[in-house]
Design a protein around this ligand. Structure first.
Ligand code: AMP
Ligand code: MG
Length: 478
């Protein structure tokens, strides 16, 4: 049997939210990529994971004794519209494992239909699963809370999309898969029955697992809400600082842990513009780069609504408390963001620094400057190097004022990434992978694993996309 213990805590404690499900056996499984450092960190032997038994675990066909694979039930607002039952249509929670300190969910995506599949086929394809692997690992290396990718296994099954594509299963590790949508489902039941037991149990579980300090508070549920607001304010600020666009910030894709989850249509912005949208279905720009803080606050308002009955028996009082905490989101977000921005510019807090940041962002937008390489050029300029793309007239006066503040090059070097998963590079690597050449994906992963350390010979990985790579579009759930 696998040298691994998987608990079934969620499946056991929340039968109301967990439907037993079985992975579909892949006809011809082939491990495409394995995250060996992550495996080791979780106490999993990479060699074993590469064996037929290990691949059985990574595709859900061979699970250890005691594990109980389940599809999780949840609801959610998708593009603002409430869907009362969503749930894992193509995902499975295999169970929880521990690295000796924290507990993690081990789950699969693309492992076949579950009772939540509705019209879907329950499957996933190689390209998007490798894409999630690359981008989530890049986020991890950037120091941003995220689910992680353990492996992608090709199934050998054809999957019908617009064309026939090769199927794959992603094995994913998360602090948990609790999301705002989990609470929405339970709160909806609580409203219908007047019974708060399950809601309270789910909130206690979330506190235990993610925000244990909330248990010390006078009202632990109010403290839970405040903790999630804090975690998400910090998370979205981190996204904004690196130019990450999630693309599908539905409430079912908003975690209670504060991790980034669900890498579908996400992508990194190149030329700075808050209106940037990549997702092919986001016609109104609801999830545009610059909207992300506001959308997160909206999602947290939906979370607050689920917890109101636990805040106080007095409805008005509950609402007042919720509003107070919710109104704290933007100031908290802005605090995280401005701390991060000051570091990116190498500046200490001052009125002049704030003005410099505002003006720089305006210049970036008006001149369609690449966000990531701008900050690296600026870092070089702070180190006394050439100003490269900054030599532009548009920046001349701004640069003088910025220099007058004696920017701290060391801080800038530490916080401004050289390498992000640029869309054209990701696409190139995935195209090669579709021809069975995984080398470009591996190379890209190696580059992205150390985003802050500039290395000779990797200039192409730091450069923006060539102009002919315009109009990039991304897709959901493919
Ligand atoms: P997402 O936007 O990827 O978070 O997915 C939204 C919902 O659609 C979730 O309930 C998924 O489980 C479900 N879903 C997405 N793709 C499929 C598929 N191919 N088969 C079944 N369910 C799916
Ligand atoms: Mg989702």
């Amino acid at each position: 049997m696998p040298p691994l213990v998987l608990t079934a805590d969620f499946a056991r404690e929340f039968p109301e939210l967990a439907v037993r499900a079985q992975a579909e056996a892949p006809p011809n499984p082939r491990l495409l990529i394995l995250n060996e450092p992550l495996a080791t960190q979780l106490g999993l032997d990479p060699q074993w994971l590469k064996s037929p038994e290990g691949i059985g675990l990574l595709t859900g066909t061979a699970v250890p004794d005691g594990a109980t694979p389940v599809a999780q039930a949840y609801a959610g607002h998708q593009f603002g519209n409430y869907v009362p039952v969503l749930g894992d249509g193509r995902a499975l929670l295999l169970g929880e494992l521990t690295d000796g300190q924290s507990q993690f969910d081990l789950s699969l995506k693309g492992s076949g239909r579950t009772s939540f599949a509705r019209g879907g086929d329950g499957l996933a394809v190689v390209g998007p699963m490798l894409r999630e692997y690359v981008i989530s690992e890049a986020m991890y290396a950037l120091g941003i809370p995220t689910t992680r990718a353990l492996a992608v296994t090709a199934t050998g099954r054809d999957v019908q999309r617009e064309t026939v594509l090769p199927g794959a299963v992603l094995a994913r590790v998360a602090a948990s898969h609790l999301r705002v949508g989990s609470f929405q489902l339970v709160a909806q039941q609580a409203r219908a029955t007047g019974d708060l037991t399950l809601l309270r149990r789910l909130a206690d579980h979330a506190i235990d697992r993610h925000h244990p300090q909330a248990a010390e508070a006078e009202n632990r549920y109010i403290a839970l809400f405040a903790a999630v607001v804090e975690a998400q304010a910090s998370l979205v600020a981190r996204w904004m600082l690196v130019g990450f666009i999630h693309g599908v910030m539905n409430t079912d894709n908003t975690t209670i842990s504060g991790e980034t989850i669900d890498y579908g249509p996400c992508a990194f912005m190149e030329a700075y513009d808050p209106a940037t949208v990549f997702s092919s279905i986001d016609h109104a720009g609801r999830y545009a780069f610059g909207n992300q803080p506001l959308v997160m606050q909206w999602n947290l308002a939906r979370f607050a609504e689920t917890l109101l009955p636990l805040f106080s028996d007095d409805e008005d009082k509950a609402l007042t408390v919720a509003m107070e905490i919710l109104e704290g989101f933007m100031p908290r977000y802005h605090g995280f963001w401005s701390d991060g921005m000051l570091a990116k510019f190498g500046l200490a807090r001052s009125m002049e620094a704030a003005a410099l940041i505002d003006q720089a962002l305006m210049l970036l937008k008006n001149n369609a400057v690449d966000y990531t390489s701008f900050f690296r050029s600026l870092t070089k300029a702070a180190q006394g190097g050439a100003e490269g793309p900054l030599a532009d007239n548009a920046f001349e006066e701004w640069l003088q004022r910025w220099r007058a503040q004696t920017p701290d090059a060391e801080t800038m070097q530490r916080v401004n990434p050289v390498y992000i998963p640029r869309n054209h590079l990701v696409e190139q690597a995935l195209t090669a992978a579709m021809r069975d050449d995984l080398a470009p994906v591996q190379k890209l992963l190696g580059v992205l694993a150390e985003p802050y350390r500039e290395r000779d010979g990797l200039e192409d990985y730091a450069a923006p996309a060539p102009p002919e790579f315009g109009g990039y579009r991304t897709f959901c759930g493919t």
